[in-house]
Design a protein around this ligand. Structure first.
Ligand SMILES: *Cc1c(COP(=O)(O)O)cnc(C)c1O
Length: 384
């Protein structure tokens, strides 16, 4: 029996159309896009078509502003380390937030530890929102980059990126946003947001794993983080993962086409799920913001004085797949840095579970989960 899958923030299944689009590029049209023969030229054309489709997903003016990477993690690394190294003569101060994905936080730590950068970490309120005044106060002469995620992967907070990026631009500072969770759920318009760099990952919007992209606004300089050939206009060396890029392009095309329908469906499921939870339990807390500032697919809930790992284990016995705060944190004993940053009370800290929705989920599945949760929570409470 297949799992009832509520872990789309960790990864999503590939669409049939995506697999179909990729297939020819493994054996028939397998040439290296950097080769000058005809087959190579055809491969290069397919790569550029895919780049165009990814550009359209974020409203980029020029396809050449899209750099393919091996995923969201690499896109975040390239943005942060790449800009830091390019601008280190101008300054060595970066501002980010306390609730970023580890791909951003660890990149910042790397710069701090190995290259003498100074990083400021913005606080967030109980909903996970950063404060624009605090951002303004942290800006210094030597600030070269601000990196704040568009939407959080654990509690779903959508940040006011447009306002934050405007502060950066008024101060002549580059702005990067990790939009990995937002793509496919929210409309992304680069020019409206006013950001200089934006990270994407295909497997979070029904594309293949191991491919992502970084939008780099024209004129923004970066030092490549992988050295070698002159692929990706000298910003990312290595033979392109052509089939995966084509798959990402197809997933992007479908995401654009279905965005409104999918967004509405997810919001309706999410709000139904939250109401069912609130009606069924008196010992829970919904973590994260109200519905307007929350990712359509995100639900994060804590059960008072219960342990998330035991709840998840019991759910998995009923073939229900959910997660603790983040996939990276599950299995480890450490408490989520995001839940700590929103100052979640101790009694709720260890019992946080994330249900993240996708296009295949139904109300019937939610009803099933609620029924199982009732049994599980009762049993765990009686064991205390
Ligand atoms: C999944 C995720 C990443 C990492 O993307 P990969 O393609 O898995 O490396 C980065 N940031 C956020 C917010 C994510 O959810």
């Amino acid at each position: 029996m297949n799992d009832i899958y509520f872990d789309h923030a960790a990864t999503t299944p590939m669409l049939k159309e995506v697999i179909k689009a990729m297939e020819p590029f493994y054996n028939q049209s397998f040439a290296n896009p950097a080769s000058s023969h005809l087959s190579g030229q055809k491969a290069a054309a397919a790569l550029e078509d895919a780049r165009e489709l990814v550009a359209e997903l974020v409203g980029a003016q020029k396809a050449e502003e899209i750099v393919f990477t091996a995923g969201g993690t690499e896109a975040d690394n390239l943005a942060i380390k790449g800009v830091a190294m390019a601008l280190s003569k101008k300054g060595k101060h970066i501002i980010t937030s306390k609730i970023e994905h580890h791909a951003v936080l660890k990149s910042c730590e790397y710069l701090e530890k190995h290259l003498g950068f100074d990083i400021s970490y913005l606080n967030v309120d109980q909903n996970g929102l950063v404060d624009i005044e605090e951002l303004k106060n942290e800006i210094r002469e030597d600030t070269i980059l601000i990196s704040i995620m568009l939407a959080n992967n654990e509690i779903g907070t959508i940040q006011p990126i447009k306002e934050l990026a405007a502060v950066a631009s008024q101060n002549d500072i580059l702005f990067h946003t990790d939009a990995v969770q937002a793509a496919g759920q929210l409309k992304i318009e680069i020019d409206d947001l006013g950001v200089d760099l934006l990270s994407l990952s295909a497997h979070k919007f029904n594309g293949p794993k191991g491919i992502g992209a970084l939008f780099v606004r024209r004129g923004v300089e970066l030092i490549p983080q992988i050295s070698g050939g002159s692929q990706e206009r000298k910003r990312r060396a290595g033979t392109a993962n052509l089939a995966a890029a084509v798959g990402m392009g197809k997933a992007a095309e479908i995401a654009v086409k279905n965005l409104e329908k999918k967004r509405k469906k997810l919001i309706s499921l999410r709000d139904y799920f939250i109401i069912q939870l609130q009606d069924s339990f008196n010992n829970l807390k919904i973590n994260g913001p109200e519905s307007d500032s929350r990712l359509p697919a995100n639900i994060n809930v804590s059960f008072r004085e219960l342990d998330a790992e035991s709840i998840l284990f019991n759910l998995s016995l009923s073939n229900i797949a959910a997660a603790t705060g983040s996939a990276c944190a599950s299995g480890s004993l450490s408490v989520s840095h995001v839940l700590k940053a929103i100052n979640l009370e101790d009694e709720y800290l260890k019992g946080a579970i994330r249900f993240s929705l996708g296009k295949g989920n139904t109300r019937e599945e939610i009803d099933f989960v609620i029924d199982k949760l009732k049994e599980i929570i009762n049993r765990l409470n009686s064991l205390k």
